[in-house]
Ligand binder design. Structure first.
Ligand SMILES: C=CC1=C(C)c2cc3[nH]c(cc4nc(cc5[nH]c(cc1n2)c(C)c5CCC(=O)O)C(CCC(=O)O)=C4C)c(C)c3C=C
Ligand SMILES: [Fe+2]
Ligand SMILES: [Fe+2]
Length: 333
């Protein structure tokens, strides 16, 4: 019997998104799309939209634009998140080079390139199957679910849909825990630091989302627990915190900025902070942690602060992405 021809398969990596520029209008467009997402801000539209359009979008684009400008990749005129996501897709394509019928591409939930545009591009190249990977290690409705929604929304417009598979969260996958351990050890060896406390700082979400059943907090704490086990560190040496809170509600605690300050005031002289929930360095890691948190620590009496880079497109980071993608490709390639 003649073997059936290999069907073309697309692999689509998706991250959060990023503005096209740091000036007022690109920042406003990006923040408007992001903060109008009802998975992100669950307040009733009639209450939230006037606040967003009237107050938030008249002040935040300028403030956030200045922060983005301080970390911008000027060579490529784009944010680091976009640079790293592209690099991850390019490296994954090379790793999957043995399959000439697999196409790898990348997209953003907010801003460009959009999920819809890249999905259409994959279909135009003849992909009959798509593996879509929301790159977040820990599942949250505010991130993973909204990427899924947007992908399904793009598929809703099609008469002839591809077969799809969604890569699940990987907060407890051995390859991910190993990758974090390797990158922490390498950074501490390189800098010669032996910090008294290491902080795993995750992006926060409002506490009310957790109470309604978002599994995010539990998954973050499980990642830290597994990493402690892997590194042989105790609960004093490796702690979990939550950063980047937004608006008046209570968010997941302990807050990273308050903890960094408290540790310094208690006499801790050296700390390291890393961001296991971010698959690539971005505003929230390069500015809020590497610059702002370092400043808070040192102003409160701390002496040595180091930020451990995200996995980005490192060998161990790519091993995580490749392992998760290869698992979903089984039977298709
Ligand atoms: C209510 C608002 C927000 C929720 C909930 C939220 C959850 C959340 N976000 C990330 C990852 C990233 N967020 C980033 C930037 C960012 N986040 C918010 C707000 C919420 N995030 C805003 C308004 C911004 C933009 C910057 C600013 O104005 O402060 C980024 C960085 C993107 C970049 O281009 O560098 C990431 C990544 C996660 C993982 C998460 C919940 C689990
Ligand atoms: Fe965020
Ligand atoms: Fe922030």
């Amino acid at each position: 019997m003649k073997a059936s021809p290999k069907r073309k398969t697309g692999v689509l990596l998706v991250n959060l998104g990023t503005p096209d520029g740091t000036d007022y209008w690109p920042m406003r467009r990006y923040l408007n799309e992001f903060l109008s997402d009802r998975r992100v801000i669950e307040w009733p539209r009639a209450i939230w939209q006037p606040i967003l359009q009237g107050i938030v979008l008249s002040t935040r684009p300028k403030k956030s634009g200045a922060a983005y400008a301080s970390i911008w990749n000027t060579e490529r005129n784009e944010s680091p998140l976009r640079t790293f996501t592209r690099e991850q897709a390019e490296k994954l394509a090379v790793s999957l080079g043995e399959y000439d019928h697999v196409v790898v591409d990348w997209a953003m939930r907010y801003g460009n390139p959009s999920i819809e545009a890249v999905t259409k591009k994959l279909l135009a190249q003849g992909c009959e199957r798509v593996v879509m990977f929301p790159l977040y290690p820990q599942y949250s409705a505010t991130t993973t679910a909204t990427v899924n929604d947007k992908f399904f929304e793009a598929l809703m417009k099609l008469r002839h849909q591809p077969a799809i598979r969604i890569v699940p969260d990987y907060h407890n996958e051995p390859v991910y825990i190993d990758a974090l351990a390797t990158s922490i050890k390498r950074h501490l060896d390189k800098t010669g630091m032996d910090p008294e406390v290491v902080i795993a700082s995750y992006h926060g979400i409002p506490q009310s989302y957790d109470r309604k059943g978002d599994p995010y907090q539990k998954q973050c704490l499980e990642t830290t627990r597994l990493l402690r086990e892997r590194l042989g560190w105790d609960e004093k040496k490796l702690i979990s915190c939550f950063q980047s809170r937004f608006g008046p509600e209570e968010w997941l605690q302990p807050y990273t900025d308050k903890t960094v300050e408290k540790l310094a005031k208690e006499g801790v002289k050296s700390i390291a902070v890393f961001n296991p929930g971010f698959v690539a360095d971005c505003l929230e890691t390069l500015e809020e942690i590497a610059v702002e948190a370092a400043h808070i620590f040192k102003s409160a009496g701390g002496e040595h602060f180091t930020h451990i880079p995200c996995l980005n497109a490192s060998d161990e980071g790519m091993a995580v992405i490749e392992t998760m993608v290869r698992r979903e490709l089984q039977g298709w390639v």
